[in-house]
Design a protein around this ligand. Structure first.
Ligand SMILES: *Cc1c(COP(=O)(O)O)cnc(C)c1O
Length: 480
């Protein structure tokens, strides 16, 4: 229960006091001059504070943060695994951190070599021909990948292929990326086993399809057993297969998506390869492709010739999608993780992620119904429908009182009252047992005292937010 050892809010939020100073500047060693009025900004009304007040303010804020470093965070689809601290030590090396992105290639050989090694290592993990580390997030990788498909179709003169097929279990970024790239989308329903409905897929295949965007394992945490047939059928119809690789944590070292027929796929380095994520911070969404689509990759990408490392634009590149060389600091962390884990380790990662998810599923499924009766991969989707007056949102909010981050809720859309739970491989059996115990207790509370759930969370400084207002009209200025 120590996740929420929140201190009381300070009585006043505005801490600034006129004339209070937090640091003293050294005496100027150049002649002083008035700042010209036309460049001085009078509206810059900065707070005036002493150092201790600033330290307390930010320390207090940091303690309000719910993080993987403090508690269990089973947020389905997000792979909130532990981010080893060694990654941070390596990434903060001044040689990486202070390298100017415009420095000549001859002075950045080590950095380009790191990009090359990471690119080649992950390309191998996925079974692809080439990869680009440019994209800054999964959704950005998706957009890059569908733009590559767009460019390849255009080059073939296949301009009437405008439609991307997307299973109804897909992540919301999938249709968004396709739309941004200029495609229309058509939803393909899931079958009774939770996979793509093959009859519906066959019916949708015609000479207007650009391809399919498919997630494997899908967002129900189920392996798409027909993946090879799906790829074959789409290829026979003249389309491409985009793989959403966000769920790669279930597959590393076990299954290579590139070998199943996927043409282009992104990896979420900030999920599978343990770089920090959340709060909209920097991420990395490497995109990898087979021989056919490799020439269209965004660039530049790292190449090695005669033990010299260079950055090159692929032959028919869709161009840059990010300034400079992607989020380099994130890439250093991912490479560090890759080296520490090694190929045997990567297999163990996937196996333990799947084992942990199935263990937790077995503890919970008698209380929280799981709609698809199959072994799951790295996550599973259960239903929060455990009492008439209680909803998934109430269960999620009550979990906060027990010191756990809620799972992903109401996604995927095809399961009503969905609770999407992803424990990851880095959690111990003890943690999983405690979480299952809390979930069972909440189910008892739901039948005996539902009010307790309706009013939850009871210990957080703010209980239930207006999420629509928060998303539409965020207050980003401290003065409100
Ligand atoms: C996280 C996720 C994405 C998007 O990745 P971002 O890095 O958040 O942009 C896409 N698809 C699935 C299945 C995901 O879980």
């Amino acid at each position: 229960m120590n996740a929420m050892n929140m201190r009381d809010e300070p009585l006043v939020y505005e801490l600034s006091r006129e004339g209070r100073i937090g640091c003293s500047l050294p005496r100027s060693d150049v002649p002083s001059k008035e700042i010209p009025l036309e460049i001085a900004r009078s509206e810059l009304d900065l707070p005036e504070l002493d150092e201790l007040t600033v330290v307390r303010h930010f320390t207090r804020l940091s303690q309000k943060n719910f993080s993987i470093d403090t508690e269990f965070y089973p947020l389905g689809s997000c792979t909130m695994k532990y981010n080893p601290k060694a990654n941070e030590v390596v990434a903060s090396n001044p040689g990486w951190k202070n390298l100017h992105p415009l420095v000549g290639e001859e002075y950045a050989q080590g950095a380009i070599e790191l990009l090359w090694r990471l690119q080649e290592g992950l390309r191998e993990v996925g079974g692809f021909a080439a990869a680009s580390l440019q994209p800054a997030a999964g959704a950005h990788g998706e957009l890059s990948g569908v733009l590559m498909i767009h460019a390849a179709l255009k080059e073939r003169g296949e301009t009437k292929r405008k439609k991307m097929l997307i299973p109804d279990s897909a992540h919301g970024t999938n249709p968004a990326s396709c739309t941004m790239a200029g495609f229309t989308t058509q939803t393909i329903p899931s079958g009774l086993d939770g996979g793509v409905d093959m009859e519906a897929l066959r019916a949708a295949l015609d000479d207007t399809i650009a391809g399919i965007m498919i997630t494997n394992p899908n967002t129900l945490g189920l392996f798409e057993k027909n993946i090879e047939d799906i790829c074959r059928l789409v290829h026979e119809a003249g389309g491409f297969v985009y793989g959403d690789g966000a769920n790669m944590n279930a597959l590393t070292g076990v299954f290579k998506p590139g070998r199943s027929g996927i043409d282009v796929m992104h990896f979420n380095l900030h999920k599978t390869f343990s770089t920090p994520h959340g709060g909209g911070g920097p991420g990395a969404g490497m995109v990898a492709a087979n021989e056919t689509l490799a020439p269209y990759l965004p660039g530049p990408i790292a190449v090695k010739a005669d033990s010299v490392y260079r950055l090159e634009m692929p032959a028919k590149s869709i161009g840059r999608v990010k300034a400079f060389h992607g989020n380099f600091g994130v890439l250093v962390r991912a490479y560090c993780y890759l080296l520490m884990t090694g190929s045997d380790g990567l297999r163990q990662v996937a196996e333990n992620a799947v084992l942990n998810a199935n263990y937790l599923k077995s503890l919970l499924e008698k209380v929280y119904p799981v709609p698809y009766k199959r072994h799951c991969m790295h996550e599973f989707v259960a239903k929060g429908a455990i009492a008439d007056t209680v909803h998934t949102l109430d269960i999620a909010k009550r979990l906060i009182d027990y010191g756990f981050h809620p799972p992903t809720i109401y996604f995927p859309l095809i399961v009503q009252e969905a609770l999407m739970i992803e424990p990851t491989e880095t959690e111990s059996k003890e943690t999983l047992d405690l979480f299952a115990e809390a979930m069972k207790r909440i189910a008892e509370e739901a039948s005996k005292n539902p009010e307790l759930l309706h009013d939850a969370p009871h210990i957080a400084p703010v209980a239930r937010l207006d999420e629509v207002m928060a998303a539409r009209y965020p207050i980003l200025c401290y003065r409100g």
